[in-house]
Ligand binder design. Sequence first.
Ligand SMILES: *[C@@H]1O[C@H](CO)[C@@H](O)[C@H](O)[C@H]1NC(C)=O
Ligand SMILES: *[C@@H]1O[C@H](CO)[C@@H](O)[C@H](O)[C@H]1NC(C)=O
Ligand SMILES: *[C@@H]1O[C@H](CO)[C@@H](O)[C@H](O)[C@H]1NC(C)=O
Ligand SMILES: *[C@@H]1O[C@H](CO)[C@@H](O)[C@H](O)[C@H]1NC(C)=O
Ligand SMILES: *[C@@H]1O[C@H](CO)[C@@H](O)[C@H](O)[C@H]1NC(C)=O
Ligand SMILES: *[C@@H]1O[C@H](CO)[C@@H](O)[C@H](O)[C@H]1NC(C)=O
Ligand SMILES: *[C@@H]1O[C@H](CO)[C@@H](O)[C@H](O)[C@H]1NC(C)=O
Length: 380
Amino acid sequence: MLFPLLVLAAPRLASAALAVPFVKPAPCPTCSSPNYVGPNNGSLGHTEFVPGKAFGRFIQIWLENTDFHVAASNPTFQDLAKDGVFLTNYLALTHPSEPNYVASISGDFYGLGDDNYYNIPENITTIVDLLVQNGVSWATYQENLPTIAWAPDFTQTNYYYVRKHNPLVIHDAIANTSQAAFIRNFNDFAADVTADVLPQWMFITPNLVNDGHDTTISYISSWLKYWLYPLLQDKRFNSGEDEDGTLILLTFDENETYSTRNAVAGLLLGSAVPKHLRGTTDSTLYSHYSTLSTVEGNWELGNLGRGDVNATLGNVFGFVADKIGFKNTDTPIASEPQTNLTGVFPGGLSSSNWIPFTAPNKNSTLFGGTKVRPGNQLEY
Ligand SMILES: *[C@@H]1O[C@H](CO)[C@@H](O)[C@H](O)[C@H]1NC(C)=O
Ligand SMILES: *[C@@H]1O[C@H](CO)[C@@H](O)[C@H](O)[C@H]1NC(C)=O
Ligand SMILES: *[C@@H]1O[C@H](CO)[C@@H](O)[C@H](O)[C@H]1NC(C)=O
Ligand SMILES: *[C@@H]1O[C@H](CO)[C@@H](O)[C@H](O)[C@H]1NC(C)=O
Ligand SMILES: *[C@@H]1O[C@H](CO)[C@@H](O)[C@H](O)[C@H]1NC(C)=O
Ligand SMILES: *[C@@H]1O[C@H](CO)[C@@H](O)[C@H](O)[C@H]1NC(C)=O
Ligand SMILES: *[C@@H]1O[C@H](CO)[C@@H](O)[C@H](O)[C@H]1NC(C)=O
């Protein structure tokens, strides 16, 4: 039996944009729902708040395959942008989805040029190592993940969880350790908001209809109105102010069109965004690596010695850079690396240009120096 939405899910490039009416997955974003399959597994415990230099909580929400101008001309984005900083020069790093997600966790995509099943070795350091070493609480919330740290894809009528959009579980340093307990589903999210124990670093992946993968910008926009708008008013999510406040990044994994510059829309929202900057734009060159450097700089976590310390692609979000005294690099488009290339880079996950996983560059002193996961044997 073929469900209608399974048809939508199949060939992404051929039929990404089909208009289907928005259906609320739960009565409210802080409500449990039987549509989420997995019951909640109890809320997280309370943790000590670790103050940051520019924000106290970072939440990134990843949407899918939307060209910059499509997002920029959408009324919901324009409405949200009135309260935030619109990043007009934000690059995805390659195509397709999975390598972009992976890069946002460990600072490289290791030559990956497809969306297949991979395990990144346990000795590759991730942002979670840096957070945990510094006592900063974290979790990822994956809509329709059936149980905590579930490994394969999960398909159910109208609701799809895909592993390729869950970069935390792809890294063995997280999935094969006690940190796996922080790979949670949206019923766990409801429990954590309700108990007022949301962590200080969060990665949020909506399912394949809500993130626009199988739908259109208008579906995303309905989901944002249903999910994000009320949460922006909820002090348990958008908590604190200024340095103690919440910084939310709304972004897209990649531009839909491979033959053009791989720029996506990025929107900074939340109570940490300085009031005088709300409703402004920022044309500094950022990339998915900026999510790492911004967090590392905010809490002085140390660095991963990969894309996070790349002078071109690792710029720190502007107002944060100002607060931590970081000097961003201004790179004209003509001299930036092409990030719309696929499967041409060598690396441990490349099928055509395989080389062993490379060592991080341990020379960087940024944010307290390069940290290497125990068990990492690589030297250069
Ligand atoms: C993304 O793709 C669209 C094609 O729909 C193209 O017009 C655009 O230049 C690309 N890059 C950006 C920055 O949007
Ligand atoms: C709940 O969490 C515990 C420990 O973190 C784990 O062993 C168990 O499998 C989880 N249950 C579900 C349904 O995810
Ligand atoms: C980590 O877990 C995955 C999936 O269970 C397994 O395939 C892999 O071998 C494990 N890696 C290590 C280093 O134990
Ligand atoms: C990548 O985008 C550039 C424009 O920025 C274009 O000239 C080039 O052909 C694209 N590359 C591919 C492989 O499509
Ligand atoms: C930054 O990354 C790009 C793309 O991988 C690469 O071409 C460039 O050499 C890197 N720059 C530095 C300073 O490492
Ligand atoms: C790091 O510094 C050492 C010593 O100066 C140098 O030999 C090495 O090439 C540097 N490594 C990288 C990746 O820049
Ligand atoms: C990771 O561990 C494997 C197996 O123990 C080893 O072969 C490899 O060199 C290590 N890689 C790094 C990044 O240290």
